[in-house]
Write a protein that binds this ligand. Sequence first.
Ligand code: ADP
Ligand code: MG
Length: 351
Amino acid sequence: KIPGGRPAIRPLDEAAVNRIAAGEVIERPAAAVKELVENALDADARRIEVAQAEGGKTLIRVTDDGHGIPAEDLPQAVARHATSKIDGSDLLNIASYGFRGEALASIGAVARLSIASRAAGAEAAEIAVEGGRVGQVRPAALRRGTVVELRDLFHATPARLKFLRSDRAEAQAIGDVVRRLAMAEPFVSLTLTDVSGGGEKVSFRADAETGDLFDALAGRLTRVLGAEFVRNALRVEAEREGLRLTGYAGLPTYSRGAAVAQHFFVNGRPVKDRMLLGALRAAYMDVLPAGRHPAAALYIDCPAELVDVNVHPAKSEVRFRDPGTARGLVVSALRHALAEAGHRAATTVAG
Ligand code: ADP
Ligand code: MG
C-alpha cells in the first residue's frame, strides 16, 4: 500500500495474465480441442487425430501431419501473443483460423502441456509447459507433423474444475467441436477417440479420389448430419458482390421442431451468427409453418477483408463489412433454390 491506504497500481505477472486470458479462451476441454485442431488445420494438416480421456479433463492429444514447428521456434509457440500467422499490420485481412497467438500460452497456464514437432528437413523436438513455466527444448522422436498433448486441465485452478460438467457432457461438447470442424474441412481426415471409454472412435475420412467440393461436402455431411439430410437437401450455389455461397439447405419437408442443425461457415470458420440465422429463417418463412425450422449447412467464402473475424476471443462471431449483402445473398439463393424445387411460396407466386 502507498500512503493514504490506496493500493498501488502494478502490472500483473505473466503467469497471472496467462491464467486470466485462459479463462476467456479455454473455458472447457472442448475449447482446447477447438484451438488445437484449428492450429493443425492452419498448418495444412491432411490427417488429424484427436484423443481425449474423461471428457478431456485428464487428457487431450491432437496429432497432425502438418508443416510442424522448427525446434528453435518452440519457445515462441508457447509464448503469449506470439504467432506465425499475421504480422499485426492488417487485422482485417485474416485467412487463418488462429491469429491471436494466445491458445498455447493459455493452455500452458492451466494444464500440463507438451508439444512435439518436426518441421520439414529439421530434427524433431519437444517442449513442455507446466504451471506456466516453460521447460527446455529437447530432442524428440517423431516422423512428421505435430503432437500436442495436454494433461490435467485446470489442475491448478480447482474452482474452474468444479464448473466443468460430467465427463459425458464434456465428451459430447468435444464431439460437437470435431463434427463442426469436420463439416468445415471436407478434404481433411479427422478422427476422435475416447481413450478412457474403451477406445470408442469416430472417424471422418476424406475421400482422396474426389477433388469436387460438392462431392466432398455431400460425403462429409452424410457422415456428420446423416444421409437423410443430404437426401432431403437442395444444393445451393450463388454469388453476390464478392461473397460466394455454397452448401446444402434442407427441404421444407425435412424441417425440425427446433432450430438445431443450422450450420454456417464463413471462410471455413464455423460461426454462430444471428444475422445469418435470421436470413435462413427469413428465406423459409413462407414455406414452413410456425414452429418448424430448416436444416442447413451453408458456406460463405469471400476475400478476407470483407469480413472481420476479430470480434470475439472464441472467434465464433464475425462481422461482414456489408451485412446487407450477406443477408440478401442467403435469402435470395435459398428462395431461388426452394422455388426451383417447387416450394414456391404463395407470396412469391403472387408477386
Ligand atoms: P495462433 O494460432 O493464434 O497463432 P497459438 O497459441 O494457437 O496461436 O499457436 C502459436 C503458434 O504455434 C502458431 O502461430 C504456429 O506457428 C505454431 N503452432 C501451433 N500449433 C501448431 C501445429 N499443430 N502445427 C504447426 N505449428 C503450430
Ligand atoms: Mg491457434
